[in-house]
Design a protein. Structure first.
Length: 265
């Protein structure tokens, strides 16, 4: 089975250098480690990039009893999606859970607690998912909920081919990592939401600018008032089955005005 490789321990660079210091998982995270993870959040361009690097480090830190593959599931409006992974192998295992509606990740998110499977061979839950995961060569699974704000849920999913791969300090590492990641993920989700809102607002303003300019053109050519011009534009949009913004852009294009922008001074 060919799989994408993850970074080796020696290749951890930049803000992740401090995350290699996870030997004593029962101690509290230091302010330096928290600052480094938050610095990573500022250094990455978007939530997906941030989470991708998180899963890489998580996989490295837990690969004590063989290779561990990690992913992050985010659920919004009851729909699950894998937003980041250390290895493409993990995404297929996640998809099996979404499709079957069962599995460690789904259960962990539902009950809000860590779900550990030492050996799928002796696991009685999730019969459909269990068979598919074992066919893929997986024997041990760990799912750790990541606390986010209301309206969103997330979990760190960890897969291994070795029985008992997440025992002892490895499980403690995953729990501590998820706890540390949760605060930064909340910031990341909030940042992404605000970015999407800003983009939507900008698009709406640009559309309104084009429509207002086209309305002015109709007023100048027809000698009508603004209300009448808007009505003319709206009726033309309906009759031609063209979006109002697109029709406005066509009118402006006749005057060499393409993609008018909204200026804020």
């Amino acid at each position: 089975m060919q799989r994408c490789s993850v970074l080796s321990r020696g290749e951890i660079k930049g803000p992740f250098r401090g995350l290699g210091r996870l030997q004593d998982m029962h101690s509290e995270w230091t302010s330096t480690e928290v600052a480094e993870l938050q610095a990573l959040l500022l250094d990455t361009p978007d939530l997906k990039s941030f989470l991708s690097r998180l899963t890489q480090v998580a996989a490295q830190e837990m690969s004590h009893r063989g290779t561990v593959y990690c992913s992050v599931t985010v659920i919004r409006e009851r729909r699950g999606a894998t937003v980041a992974f250390s290895d493409g192998f993990a995404t297929g295992l996640d998809e099996l859970q979404y499709q079957s509606g069962e599995g460690p990740c789904v259960t962990a998110l539902r009950i809000g607690r860590v779900v550990e499977v030492e050996d799928l061979l002796h696991e009685g839950r999730w019969p459909v998912y269990r068979r598919a995961a074992m066919d893929a060569g997986v024997r041990a699974i760990l799912a750790v909920p990541i606390v986010l704000e209301a309206g969103a849920q997330a979990a760190l999913n960890c897969y291994a081919e070795e029985v008992g791969a997440f025992a002892g300090e490895v499980k403690a590492s995953a729990e501590a990592f998820a706890e540390l990641a949760s605060s930064s993920m909340r910031i990341a989700v909030r940042m992404e939401t605000e970015t999407e809102r800003s983009a939507d607002l900008a698009a709406a303003l640009e559309s309104r600018t084009a429509i207002n300019l086209a309305t002015g053109v109709i007023m100048a050519q027809s000698g009508c008032n603004q209300e009448e011009a808007v009505d003319i534009l709206r009726r033309a949009s309906i009759s031609r089955n063209v979006k109002l913004r697109d029709l406005a852009a066509q009118i402006l294009a006749r005057f060499g005005e393409v993609d008018p922008t909204t200026h804020f001074d």
